[in-house]
Structure formats: structure tokens, C-alpha cells
Ligand binder design. Structure first.
Ligand SMILES: Cc1cc2nc3c(=O)[nH]c(=O)nc-3n(C[C@H](O)[C@H](O)[C@H](O)COP(=O)(O)OP(=O)(O)OC[C@H]3O[C@@H](n4cnc5c(N)ncnc54)[C@H](O)[C@@H]3O)c2cc1C
Length: 380
């Protein structure tokens, strides 16, 4: 579908990521996903292309500008590589950069941000706890001021990029109960009292790394507080907007893969003496998938326009996120039906997408929480 907001610059950026995905990722992702890992060069190569640079000043390796359309295009094209474990593995870093750029001390930014933005060092964002991820305001990890330090105690789980991470942005309670008592901290790998255990045996995202983090009287300098004490909740919520935009764009990329793979297969495969694509039931599935792709793409573009207009459309981002993951679920299921048994076999792109739907529907704010937030934003 034609995008009325397209510009030469945006088209060129999308093409750069697309060409890279085709040449450097697609041929290898099956092997990487089965191996449960992908090479570090991917972080560095995407970093060099500006994938992590939106909203980051040039002195820290950033692009020096922001553009929601380019953010979305990058996330969509990367999700088309065939294994969104790669998308997630680099995305763990992506969601930590906004808070670091906006809230870390000048000393920390000067020391670490360029290495993170250019993909040389690993970083991640640790909000979710074993006790729950949806209700961020109830987080239990604590950070208590002791002279020139804070002492952190508690645990985080499902943290993407943590196993390979050098730098961690961690949410912790510094004040009383509720959303006004939360702060963000910068924690470095190797800090005494900080440890982690990798999480494996996941349904999808095999080549990405997740871990459970443990803080046992972990002392960090007071200067590692990011932003104002007790004001972290707002920073976390603002950061979610871009994470959710990227998830919606990633879901769109996967939907397009479902559609294209289905069309190709339905033209090759014959049943009952004719091409699968000639059966009306299959043609209607293709029409329905195509209409959902168009609808999500148009919605995504409209939301990108609003973001660029400096009007962070929280309700629309929430609605876009759950609409896109519901649409992805539909497309993955219909594509699987079109492929029949072949779609059930490992190595088929639809088999992997089908397994990866749910992490898009749950991560970064589940469908239920997104609906709830959208309705609250409507003043209800
Ligand atoms: C592979 C993977 C990678 C992840 N990476 C990260 C990461 O890098 N950093 C990070 O901080 N987190 C990460 N997460 C965590 C993710 O964001 C959470 O899983 C998600 O926010 C949901 O939290 P939860 O799993 O604790 O579910 P819970 O909060 O326990 O909720 C359980 C279920 O109940 C529903 N629910 C909860 N409250 C309500 C309600 N009020 N009304 C109706 N339904 C409700 C939820 O929608 C959910 O379906 C990751 C998760 C996964 C699986």
C-alpha cells in the first residue's frame, strides 16, 4: 500500500536495512536459531547503520535526530529476517538506550553510550520481576541510599540481552508504595552482589538471550541513579511507547512474511487437480490477511505521524500494539492452514512465526494491559 508519508530519506533508510537483512541475516537465521545464538557482529553492523541511533546525539554515536517512521521501518524490516530472536536480541539493547540518553549522568553517558549505540557493548532494560511484569507500580526490588551509594536488593526476570549484557538499566523502589516510589539505576556487569542465570527452553526467540537477575546487597554509586529519585515510573512508561511502536512494526513485518509465503506456496501447491490459490476458501484467506496488513500498516503510519508531531499518542500506541499482535496471530494461523503439514515442520518460516506470536502479544505490555491502558486514556 502506498505510504503518503514516504520521503526519499525514509525510503533509502528502509532499503539499507532491507538489503542488509536479505544479504547478511536471512541466509543464516535458521542455523543461528537452532544454535540458540547469533554473532555479535550483527549488533555492530546494525549499530553502524544507525539502527540504535534515533533520538541520540551524534557525540554519543547517535543519528542526532529522531523519526518514528524510520524507527518503525527498521523494526519491520529486521523482523523480516526470518527469526525474530535476532530482532529481540538487538531490541534488548534498543529499549535501554532512551533512558540512558535521557537520564544517565553525564559521566556515564560519556563513558558508555557510544559503545552501546554502536553495538560494541551490550545493554538491557530490567523492569519485570518474578512477582509480576504488568503491574510495574508494584515492583519489589529496593534501592536504599547509604552515604554515597545505593544498596539494591531484589530480582528481575525475562531480561533480554542480559546474558551478554555489560550495562543494565534497572528499576527499583526508592520510596513508598506505588508509582511515585520507583527509580532507575545504572548497574554494570561484575558489580559485587549482582549475578544472573540464563533462561533457556523458550517457545520462541531461541537465538536471543534472556536471564533472571539477582541483586544481593549490590552497592552502586549514588551517581548511578538515573534522573530524579522516585520519578522512574514516568520514565519507564515513556520508554514503553517506543518499545510498543517497534513491537507493532515487527508484527507487521511478520504479517507480511506470512502473506508472501502463503501466496507463493498457494501458487506452487496443487490439491484436487488445481493450484491451491484457485480454491475460493484459500483466496479469501489471502484477501483477509492482505486487508489486515493494509490496516495495520495504515494505523502504524498514522501513529508515526502523531509521534513526529510531538504528540505522543499513548492511547493509539496501546491500541496499535494489541491490534497488530491480534492481526499477527490471525495471519500466522491462516498461513499455517495454507501450508498444511509443511507449515508444521521446523525450518519453515511460518512454523517459527507461529511460535513467536505470543511473545509479541505479551512482552512490552500484554494485550490485556494495552486494552486497559487505551480505555483509561479515553478517560473511562
Ligand atoms: C521472551 C521475553 C522477553 C522479555 N524481555 C523483557 C525485558 O527485556 N525487560 C523486561 O523488563 N521485561 C521483559 N519481558 C517481560 C514482559 O514484558 C512481561 O512478561 C509482560 O510485561 C507481562 O508480565 P508477566 O509475564 O509478569 O505477567 P503478569 O503481569 O503476571 O500477568 C499475567 C497475565 O495476566 C494478565 N493480566 C495482568 N493484570 C491484568 C489485569 N489487571 N486485567 C486483565 N489481565 C491482566 C496479563 O495480561 C498476562 O496475560 C520479557 C518477557 C518474555 C517472555
Amino acid at each position: 500500500m502506498k505510504n503518503p508519508f514516504e520521503t526519499e530519506e525514509r525510503r533509502a533508510f528502509r532499503e539499507t536495512i532491507k538489503r542488509y537483512v536479505e544479504a547478511e541475516l536471512k541466509p543464516y537465521v535458521d542455523e543461528w536459531d537452532e544454535a540458540g545464538d547469533f554473532p555479535w557482529r550483527v549488533h555492530e553492523e546494525l549499530g553502524a547503520m544507525g539502527y540504535f541511533g534515533f533520538g541520540v546525539s551524534e557525540e554519543f554515536g547517535g543519528l542526532g535526530f529522531d523519526d518514528a517512521f524510520m524507527r518503525a521501518a527498521a523494526a519491520e524490516e529486521l523482523a523480516r529476517c526470518g527469526a525474530t530472536g535476532v530482532w529481540a536480541g538487538v531490541g534488548g539493547r534498543g529499549i535501554s538506550i532512551g533512558p540512558l540518553e535521557n537520564f544517565a549522568s553525564a559521566e556515564i553517558r560519556e563513558r558508555v553510550l557510544e559503545d552501546i549505540v554502536l553495538g560494541r557493548k551490550g545493554s538491557c532494560l530490567a523492569i519485570t520481576e518474578p512477582g509480576g511484569g504488568s503491574d510495574v507500580a508494584r515492583m519489589k526490588t529496593t534501592a536504599v541510599r547509604d552515604g554515597d551509594e545505593y544498596i539494591i536488593n531484589g530480582s528481575k526476570t525475562f531480561i533480554t540481552g542480559a546474558v551478554k549484557g555489560d550495562y543494565f538499566v534497572v528499576g527499583a523502589r526508592t520510596g513508598g508504595p506505588g508509582l511515585t516510589g520507583i527509580s532507575l539505576f545504572f548497574v554494570e556487569k561484575g558489580t559485587p552482589g549482582f549475578s544472573l542465570t540464563p533462561m533457556d527452553k523458550k517457545m520462541g526467540w531461541w537465538c536471543s538471550d534472556q536471564a533472571t537477575l539477582y541483586f544481593d546487597n549490590c552497592r552502586v554509586p549514588a551517581g548511578n541513579l538515573m534522573g530524579e529519585e522516585d520519578r522512574g515510573f514516568i520514565a519507564i512508561m515513556e520508554n514503553f511507547n517506543f518499545e510498543r511502536l517497534a513491537i507493532a512494526a515487527g508484527a507487521l513485518g511478520m504479517m507480511k512474511t506470512c502473506l508472501e509465503e502463503s501466496i507463493n506456496y498457494a501458487q506452487e501447491r496443487e490439491t484436487f487437480g488445481k493450484q491451491l490459490i484457485q480454491h475460493q476458501v484459500i483466496r479469501h484467506k489471502i484477501a483477509d490477511m492482505s486487508a489486515k496488513v493494509d490496516a495495520i500498516e495504515a494505523y502504524l503510519n498514522q501513529v508515526c505521524w502523531s509521534i513526529n508531531e510531538s504528540d505522543m499518542p499513548v492511547a493509539e500506541i496501546s491500541k496499535l500494539k494489541f491490534s497488530s499482535t491480534k492481526a499477527l496471530e490471525f495471519c500466522a494461523s491462516e498461513a499455517m492452514q495454507i501450508f498444511g503439514g509443511a507449515g508444521y515442520m521446523r525450518g519453515n518460516p511460518i512454523e517459527r512465526i507461529y511460535r513467536e506470536v505470543k511473545v509479541f502479544a505479551i512482552g512490552g505490555g500484554s494485550e490485556e494491559i494495552m486494552r486497559d491502558l487505551a480505555v483509561r486514556q479515553m478517560g473511562l
